[in-house]
Structures are given as C-alpha cells and as structure tokens.
Design a protein around this ligand. Structure first.
Ligand code: FAD
Length: 433
C-alpha cells in the first residue's frame, strides 16, 4: 500500500504532464477522497471551516478556543458575545450531526469547567439543513430519534433552510417553503455539506474527457473499479474519489427482455429468469441484488411473468440503484477487492484486462454492514441490515468497540483508548499548540 502511495505521486505527475506512461507499475490505484464543497457559494472557503482532514479538525479546535476566549473578555459587548458563542453547522448528514453533537458535549461538559457559567448561557449550537430531516440517509425512525435528542439538548435545528449567502461572521438562510430570509451571525461556522473533486482527480477526469467522465464529484469506474475511458486500462479508483457507473436498465428494457425471453413466448418463466440473471450479471450487477424481489412471484401461483411486470421490476431496480455511500466501509471493501484483483491479474499474466475482468474475476459487490452516527451524550444511532434501527448509549459502546477493533494496529487502539479514558476522567484537552 505504502509503496503504491509513494509511487502514485510520481506517476501522477507524469499523468499530469501528459506522459500517460505506464512507468514502473502497470496500474495506478487512486484513493484520494474528494474535498468539501467550495463551489456552491462564494466566500465559503474564506468564512467557514471544513471537516475533512486532521488539519481541519485542528483549525476548528483553535477557532472554538479563540471565540470562547474572546467572549470572556470583559470589554466584549453582550451582542458581540452572543455572536461569538453562536456555533453554526451547515448540513445535517452524519458528519454535520456528529460535529454538532461533539460541540454540544464539549460546551456542556468541558467549557463549563473552564469558563464562567454566566458566559456559557449565551452559547447556541445551530444546525442548518436544506432537507426536511436530519440524518436523511438513515431510516425515518432514526432521523426522528436524532431530531428529538437534539431538541432535548437545546441544539437548534433549522430544517428546510438553505444557506444563500455567506459573509465573514454571518450567513443568510432562506426557508425553502416561505422564502423568508434570516441572518445568522456566528462565531464559528462548520460547513459539512457537498463535495468537490481534488484538483488532481479533476485533471484526470479532464484528461480522459468530461464527455466520458461526466460526474462532477468523482471518477466514474466500472464494476471492476477500472476508471471508465482510460484507454490504457491501467487506472483504478476506489473510495470517495470514485463512483461506480450504474447503467439505466429500464432504458434497455427491449434488449433485456429479448435476452430473458429465450422461448420467445412473450413471458418469462422461472428457468429463463434464473438464466437471465446469470448471463447479465457482469453488465448489470445491480440486477442480481434485486433478483430476490422478483423470484417469489414465480412461486405464488404463476409460473411466468409478463413483459409489464418485468419492466416494473427494472424501473424498481433503477430507482434503488444509487451510488455507494462515500464511507470508510465502502473504501475499505473496495481496497480489499482491488488488492485481490491486482494479485490475480499478476498471477494470470499475460491475460488481458478484458479477459480477466470479463471471465476470471467477479465484479465488485458491496456488503452493507450498516451505518452509525454519534448524536451526543454518549448516544449513537445505528442501522443494520435486516434489523430494526437501534439507538441509545449501548449503541454508542457497540459502535465505539467496533471502530476500535477496526483500527490498523494495537498501537492505534491503545492510543485511542487512552485518549478516550483521559477525556472521560479529566475532560477534553483545550490547550493550544
Ligand atoms: C467528519 C467525517 C466523519 C466520517 N465518519 C465516518 C464514519 O463514521 N464511518 C464511515 O464509514 N465513514 C466516515 N467518513 C467517511 C470516510 O472518512 C471516508 O469515506 C473514507 O476515509 C474514504 O477513504 P479514502 O481512502 O477514499 O479517502 P481518505 O481516507 O480521505 O484518503 C485519501 C488520502 O489521499 C491523500 N492524498 C490526497 N491528495 C493526494 C495526492 N495528490 N497525492 C498523494 N496522496 C494524496 C490524502 O492525504 C489522504 O490521506 C467520515 C468522513 C468525515 C469527513
């Protein structure tokens, strides 16, 4: 991994400079996460903090310390103090909710020990969300639970509100229903919504051609994670900087029906359907995942399905085939998959890419292991496949334990654990360095 990472830099340079050379290695493997949005509104980069890297985390910590100290100055007016102590988080996805929850915990548990109580009465954490709920990628019950928890904790939620203007120390927010605008003066604003390509990833997309690489946020890859349009068949992309191309199946309904209807009687029988799924799996892997929806119909009194039922099924598949979520879970599974694929490729040398990808190696399939988010006060929400949503403090411990186990080394596990225990005993460290 590290070797690839180091070499990536020099090959990346060659790629940038137009020498699409194969160089020392046969393929590149990109895992450069996109950066947070800057393009949506002017001034966002200058006036808000992002939440992407350790640098960002450090600058947020510094900013929070600075506003608390400035608010504690005797010369600070009440109005200015209220502004300084207003923490705004834009976006209520998992990252936005988690940072709002962490901020709330910090202000409630740690800042209270260090700053005058009267000062902290002016503290306000606000989440601005353009959707109707927080955590809208989770199930409705989880979103409701998180909303109630935030409201109980005094975290203000501005739902259905879009940020329309960003100025130093002030956001203008518009209610999407009433079109009413309001100004939110802030001390610290954390922008967690939207993503954009890193410059290097954008250059690769441009070099391939934006008519092929038309996604604005990530490199489009095929189901073997090969970058679409790379004529050398030498580039792979995994993780946040990539998105798997999903082909619209409904648009090809005619062709797909012809492939499925082997006896050409205008209906699809079970044996035809099973064969169809096998034949089509490389081109449309998403159909395999959804085959189980249609299969029971063959056993419920009817031995075949009509063309209309077949098309309805394709429409359902298209509606539910979204890009994979940009999470560590997906990146990790893709990394493991690519490791195996590249090893197979070297073992099968001189098999070509096409031979390998079409015949020897199965396409990438994501195994959804569930998702979790921290919502403050040692409470987390979690959804797992095939189970009802979970929430509460035990979920936090479950999630924390799982995350700890998945760190790469015992050294990291030990350091994180010590940090966690230290925080619980003596509070968070707010010293500046
Ligand atoms: C605040 C926050 C909370 C999150 N919480 C969760 C969570 O709870 N669970 C979860 O599953 N996911 C979570 N995610 C998402 C998860 O972090 C990402 O999906 C995951 O890290 C993506 O992995 P990656 O390898 O694609 O990118 P990254 O982990 O970002 O790695 C990309 C690497 O490429 C390096 N790089 C960039 N440019 C270059 C260059 N030109 N040359 C060489 N190297 C370069 C970067 O420095 C970086 O080290 C969270 C993300 C954020 C921002």
């Amino acid at each position: 991994m590290i070797l690839m990472h180091c070499r990536n830099r020099c090959i990346a340079q060659q790629y940038n400079q137009g020498q699409n050379s194969r160089s020392h290695m046969m393929q590149l493997w990109w895992r450069l996460a996109p950066i947070t949005t800057i393009a949506v509104l002017p001034n966002v980069r200058q006036c808000c903090h992002f939440l992407r890297s350790a640098e960002d985390a450090r600058s947020i910590r510094q900013a929070v310390n600075d506003v608390l100290e400035a608010a504690a100055e005797p010369s600070t007016t009440v109005e200015e103090r209220r502004r300084l102590l207003h923490f705004v988080v834009v976006g209520a996805g998992p990252a936005g909710c988690e940072i709002a929850a962490e901020l709330h915990d910090f202000l409630k548990e740690d800042a209270r020990r260090l700053f005058p109580r009267a000062l902290l009465e002016d503290v306000q954490v606000t989440i601005v969300q353009s959707g109707a709920t927080v955590l809208n990628s989770f199930q409705k019950r989880i979103a409701e639970y998180a909303t109630e928890k935030f409201q109980r904790d005094g975290v203000r939620l501005l739902l259905n509100c879009r940020v329309v203007d960003v100025m130093p120390n002030e956001l203008t927010v518009m209610d999407k229903h009433t079109q009413e605008k309001q100004a939110l003066a802030f001390g610290v604003c954390i922008w967690t919504t939207g993503i954009a390509m890193r410059p290097l990833v954008r250059r690769i997309a441009e070099r391939i051609g934006t008519h092929i690489q038309s996604n604005r946020y990530a490199l489009v890859v095929n189901h073997h994670l090969g970058v679409v349009g790379d004529t050398h068949r030498a580039l792979y992309a995994a993780g946040d900087c990539s998105t798997i191309r999903t082909v619209d199946t409904h648009a090809s309904a005619d062709r797909l029906f012809q492939i499925a209807d082997v006896d050409q009687d205008g209906r699809i029988h079970l044996y035809e359907f099973l064969r169809f799924v096998r034949v089509i799996r490389d081109e449309y892997p998403q159909l395999v995942e959804f085959a189980s929806i249609l299969e029971p119909q063959f056993h419920e009194g009817q031995s075949s399905i009509s063309r209309k039922e077949f098309e309805e099924w394709l429409a359902l598949v298209d509606a539910h085939s979204t890009a994979l979520p940009p999470t560590a879970q997906v990146a990790f599974q893709q990394g493991q998959y690519l490791g195996r694929l590249l090893n197979t490729r070297f073992r099968c040398w001189p098999a070509t890419f096409d031979e390998l990808e079409e015949g020897l190696y199965p396409p990438f399939e994501w195994r959804n292991l569930g998702a979790a988010a921290y919502i403050g006060g040692n409470t987390s929400v979690m959804e797992l496949p095939f189970l009802d949503p979970l929430h509460g403090q035990f979920v936090f411990w479950l999630w924390y334990g799982y995350s700890l186990l998945h760190l790469f080394s015992w050294r990291s596990r030990f350091l994180v654990m010590v940090d966690f225990i230290k925080t619980h005993i003596v509070g968070r460290d707010i010293s500046k360095f």
